[in-house]
Design a protein around this ligand. Structure first.
Ligand code: PAF
Length: 281
């Protein structure tokens, strides 16, 4: 694994490799969800690049930038079990040098769902991801479906700005109780982690309701909220059933593909989860 911290070293490495290049951008705190993306890149591409960079621009002032899990050594040990050709872990001065004043923002999808609670978040994501795409110049880039809106915003950015990159979405990886893997799960005690399984339980049952023919978005959303709130540590941020591409809230569930997504505060941690469902009446 080439350990690269400087932009010019990364460019030199990139210019020397041939074949397909798979890219897995991360903020570290690696878990099996990230590692499934690395494996997918290994299975698909000739070369794999992973980046670890906790991007300040995607955190709001009230979020957890300073406590975000950082443990480069453990991350490297996990990556060592895969075929990672280059690990890029720049510092803030590399990514945002003094005087940095340009940003990339997507203006249709970014203000919905997560964007309502985190209005500057996606501009931070699209800015850093476009910088990383320019530096790594991958043929393929791998993103988890847990961050469903991030995935769609990046797909839109890639289309709108003509990046020649295949964006490969990958399934959510879950803990044994169904909790979607996330670096932020580290903030939960083991008891809280166990109880946070309620989120996936609510979504699994909601999927069953839709599968049995329930077509009222209000009923399904209420079912999800009530189930989650049966766990006293939970507070709902939003429960949404939206068109899976535009992310506009769906009113009638007739012949459409929907994204059912939820954000909650559980103990002190904000958790998100989702599933996609095809309505075929
Ligand atoms: O999903 C993440 O970990 C981050 O949003 C990303 C894509 C690495 C950009 O900082």
């Amino acid at each position: 694994m080439n350990m690269i911290t400087k932009i010019d070293e990364l460019r030199k490495w990139r210019n020397a490799v041939s074949g397909t290049v798979g890219f897995v951008p991360t903020m570290g705190g690696l878990h099996d969800g990230h590692l499934s993306l690395v494996k997918a890149s290994n299975d698909t591409c000739d070369n794999t690049v992973v980046s670890i960079y906790v991007n300040p621009a995607q955190f709001s002032p009230n979020e957890d930038l300073s406590n975000y899990p950082r443990d480069l050594q453990t991350d490297i040990e996990k990556l060592d079990k895969y075929s990672v050709d280059a690990l890029f872990f720049p510092d803030d001065r590399q990514m945002y040098p003094n005087g940095f004043s340009t940003s990339v923002s997507e203006s249709q999808l970014s203000s919905k769902l997560e964007g309502k609670s985190r209005p500057t978040h996606f501009a931070g994501v699209t800015t850093i991801v476009s910088k990383l795409f320019n530096l790594v110049n991958p043929t393929h880039a791998f993103f988890g479906k847990k961050d469903a809106q991030q995935l769609r915003v990046i797909q839109k950015m890639v289309t709108d700005l003509n990046f020649d990159i295949n964006i490969i979405p990958y399934d959510i990886v879950r803990e044994t109780n169904g909790l979607a893997m996330s670096s932020r799960n580290k903030y939960l005690s083991s008891e809280e982690r166990r109880r946070a399984g309620i989120l996936n339980e609510a979504l699994t049952k909601a999927r069953e309701l839709l599968g049995q023919g329930e077509r009222s978005t209000e009923k399904v959303k209420r079912f999800i909220s009530d189930k989650i709130l049966s766990e006293p540590l939970s507070k709902i941020d939003y429960v949404s059933i939206a068109d899976h591409m535009t992310l506009d809230e769906a009113s009638d569930l007739v012949q459409s593909d929907v994204l059912v997504s939820v954000a909650i505060f559980f103990a002190k941690v904000r958790l998100i989860d989702n599933f996609e469902f095809m309505i075929r009446d």
